[in-house]
Design a protein around this ligand. Structure first.
Ligand code: PEP
Length: 252
């Protein structure tokens, strides 16, 4: 039985006080509404990671970062290393998000280095992949995702791959209010699982958690999560409201 996971990507939102409030609201809402057997991960901006880890430790949710450095340590002003994150109690890190690929020029090669450093330092990567609209319209979406998955993950050994979470995030659905249909999500998740099965074997593919991301909200989460290869969600906008986020957690 695969894990079910709902992760919230806060992106560059919230002041310190607002973040503090939202963390406690999420904790209260989880206590009140429950979470079934779902692992909940909150990924706040990096200045709030320490506070988030403190609150999470008392409230049974996990904390992920939104990025980490492709370098191990040293003279890299402004960077945050995987070891630093681990030492604070951060357990997960979003890597390969389309916003980082687009606005920060992150290449598959740099993302692969980040994945390696995350794993070396005990951080579980949430590896994001997904096509832009033009690629889907030209029916290149399977090729794009095949290439992203193989470039970032195929150099790993079986043991390392077992640590990975994949998030399929069609770029045309991120922050747009346009969600992939349950059929589109299911067929791509199944495809990703088949890529992993071909390379690493059926057992490892069967255990791989694949999240859907892209305008997933409290209204559409249930029909997305009902698909056999959709193991949860990576949630952006709807993760900024505790009630919506916890409603998504309870959408299985
Ligand atoms: C995201 O950025 O990872 C995301 C899924 O955003 P949204 O839910 O806002 O589309």
């Amino acid at each position: 039985m695969r894990k079910k996971i709902v992760a919230g990507n806060w992106k560059m939102n919230k002041t310190f006080q607002e973040a503090d409030d939202l963390l406690f609201e999420i904790a209260d809402e989880l206590n009140e509404k429950g979470r079934g057997d779902v692992d909940v991960i909150v990924c706040p901006p990096s200045p709030y990671l320490e506070m988030s880890c403190d609150i999470a430790a008392e409230n049974d949710f996990l904390v992920g970062a939104q990025n980490l450095s492709q370098w191990e340590s040293g003279a890299y002003t402004g960077e945050i290393s995987a070891a630093m994150l681990h030492s604070m109690g951060v357990t997960h890190c979003i890597l390969g998000h389309s916003e980082r690929r687009t606005y920060f020029g992150e290449t598959d090669n740099a993302i692969a280095k980040k994945i390696d450093l995350a794993l070396k330092n005990g951080i579980i990567p949430i590896y994001c992949c997904g096509e832009v609209l033009a690629e889907r319209q030209q029916e290149k979406h399977y090729d794009v995702v095949r290439s992203q998955v193989s470039e970032a993950l195929f150099h790993l050994g079986k043991e390392a791959l077992q640590q990975i979470i994949v998030a399929y995030e069609p770029v045309w659905a991120i922050g747009t209010g346009v969600t992939a249909s349950p059929e589109q999500a299911q067929e791509m998740h199944k495809f990703i699982r088949s890529l992993i099965a071909d390379k690493f074997g059926n057992d490892i593919a069967d255990d791989l958690v694949i999240l859907y991301g892209g305008s997933c909200n409290a209204k559409n989460a249930a029909e997305l999560f009902a698909n056999s290869d959709v193991d949860g969600g990576l949630i952006g906008g709807a993760a900024l409201k505790a009630q919506d986020f916890v409603a998504i957690v309870n959408s299985f």
